[in-house]
Design a protein around this ligand. Sequence first.
Ligand code: ZN
Length: 273
Amino acid sequence: MSIADVSGAGGEVPRSGRGAGNPAELTLRLAELIRKADSIVALTGAGISVPSGIPDFRSPGSGVWANVDPMEVAHIDAFHRDPQRFWSFYGERFQTLEDKQPNPAHQVLADLERAGLLDAVITQNIDRLHGRAGSQQVIEVHGSIASSSCLQCGGRYPIAEVRARQASQTLGVPLCDCGEPLKPDVVLFGEMLPFAAFARAERLAAAADLMLCVGSSLEVYPVAGLPELTLGSGGKLAILTQGSTPFDRFATVRLHGDVVEELEALRAALELA
Ligand code: ZN
């Protein structure tokens, strides 16, 4: 039985008290954990990009996802069945993501890495904002919008070229030089996670003294298995996200507020430039 199964079993479990306290105390506690840890990895989800104006598509009624079921339209079967319909939707999603800028929460994680306090960021986000904020070690376990590839010949094209090809085709489907439709290098529903990236994420999670979970509900497997790996090898969890997660009672520090405010307070507590 996994940890998530246990915590999902229902009923209020008595808190150990470790996660309790006011936000200022918890921030100091987190800063102390970070100073003491040898190996820290961050795990981020949609919540860290919401302040950049990117809605979490799991929240109903948001943006391009308002009138579609992402499970249906952003599915690998939908891509194969009807590339035109797929791209009419996904092209719009690309457009909304393309011009978004990193926010101070992304910036703080980049600062932590620069200060030698963070080994890597594992992200579920496809928006490239960690890299844009200056993070060097970014593992995009759901891929990213940076490129699209041909499933037939393996040809790969950067986003600008994909957009140009999309615009030049009457059906709006960007085509490979070989004539096949390109597929965004993001993990669609019904697809496996990129093996090498996920294997690296697992190694980092298992080796971490501390996993800093930011803006993820930690509910979507296999990514939700990563905090289990950290806990299983004796590491600690800090969870900064609004809404509950299956790992809340295992967290040494649990913060529920605004991720930008919380991470900026953390940066101040660590006295980072
Ligand atoms: Zn091709």
